[in-house]
Design a protein around this ligand. Sequence first.
Ligand SMILES: [Zn+2]
Length: 91
Amino acid sequence: MTCAEMGGPCDTAITADTQDEMMSKGMAHMEEVHPEMAADIKAMPHDDPKMVEWNQKFQADWASKPEDAPEEDAAPMTAPEEAHEEEEMAS
Ligand SMILES: [Zn+2]
């Protein structure tokens, strides 16, 4: 997806294997290139109607991308990322 497709102001292409990854990469791009927008988004509560609407659009856009649709459970080629586990907290 591009930054513009995610509601951003530029056409930088952002690629990811999963919706979550897309989301975090998009956010990282925002923070790097459009820090003011990133701040706005962060300041918005998740249940804000704008955020809900954005989320629905994002998910619809994501689902409409045939090349990245690893949603199905039967996807043996995609190994789960081990780094996804919670980082150990010093206890
Ligand atoms: Zn951008």
